[in-house]
Ligand binder design. Sequence first.
Ligand SMILES: [Zn+2]
Length: 55
Amino acid sequence: MRLRCPICGAPVEVPDDAMPGELVEHDCGVVLEVVRSGDEISLRPFQGVEEDWGE
Ligand SMILES: [Zn+2]
């Protein structure tokens, strides 16, 4: 399926069997997370896991 990148607006190819939580790297350099709301699959920027820089 083809979704739209929320950052650059360009189409993003996502596997048809993509699961929510799956990460997709886009050409513009962002990492997108597959999210599902109801029957709709969409993408959002992946914020990453909180990293502790205090070590
Ligand atoms: Zn993009």
